[in-house]
Write a protein that binds this ligand. Sequence first.
Ligand code: PMP
Length: 385
Amino acid sequence: MTFELSDRVQAVPPSGIRRFFEIAEERDDVISLGVGEPDFATPWAARDAAITSLEQGKTSYTANRGKRELREAIADYVADRFELGYDPDEEIIVTAGASEAVDLAFRAFVNPGDTVAIAQPAYISYEPGVIFAGGEVLSVPTKEEDDFRLTVEGLEEAGAADADVLVLCYPNNPTGAIMPEEDLEPIAEFAREHDLTVFSDEIYAELTYDGEHISIASLEGMRERTIVFNGFSKAHAMTGLRLGYALGPADAIGAMNKIHQYTMLSAPTTAQYAALEALDSCDNDVSEMVEEYDRRRRFVLSRFREIGMDVFEAKGAFYCFPEVPEGFTAEEFAEEVLREQGVAVVPGDVFGDVGEGHLRVSYATGLEDLRKALNRIEAFVADHT
Ligand code: PMP
């Protein structure tokens, strides 16, 4: 017997990067700059809190929306860091990673046939999320000449005025772009004027290296139309603990909780104890990781420039987005540098057509490996240009 697949599952193409894992397995000296997760372990105090909670037998479900204490801590944190005011009882839901929050939002607010505008290049999960919800994706390209910031011209050219939802992610995966307040204001105005719901993925909010992150939900008239996604995977190096959250108006979070209470019941309990401690006592750990990412960022950017590959000044997350030299597509470069030099990077077109001609290079890897990897890329470029 073969399973008959649903139309929605069939509509999502297989992941473009699986082939790279196969090539990577052929060599045993691969340095991966392809990963999208911190190379640090979760700060010790947070791990210790998780261990203690287990020792105390705290292994039951929590409230559907997450432990109240954690929601209070999240409310204090986002108020303090991003000038966001959300009520812990009604306007915050704790989820299994930001990933679950993103999925809940697509399912709660996208009807079949609705248009979801996505600023691209974009994190790879949005488009499948829209398709699983039955919506249609509208790509809104951003340009290197604008430092990969979203512009009103870009929104207008793409026809986003007629969309239902706009998805933003700043600091951005894969480009490392950020959106300062003066660039966010016109986007907010566009959203208000055309009555768009905004999904703002702010999972990299702590990881900025030039100015503080501004949440679009903190701008005038935006709170009532925005869902903010955030979580502990990146800043607190907790990817495997699977903990995130969404912030939004009470009716919106209530709708997301309606799905969550049946499909997830509650986010991982052990991780909620870790997250509570992470917010309570791990600010210094976060600062130290951010300093280290910044050191690596400056090193990687300067090495690409020395090698002669153009690279835009990434200012957030832990990625940079260099251009491939002439004569290569992104995929060819990524495949050949992996085969010949054992360096794994991700071709930019994986993040949408507009990423063609670029590579996503993650610097969530120690400086010594970064140094070796950049030397290998230099040798590859010297051999081929
Ligand atoms: N959003 C973006 C932009 C990401 O890069 C990632 C992780 N790669 C996620 C969401 C998912 O994060 P989580 O581990 O919290 O599900």
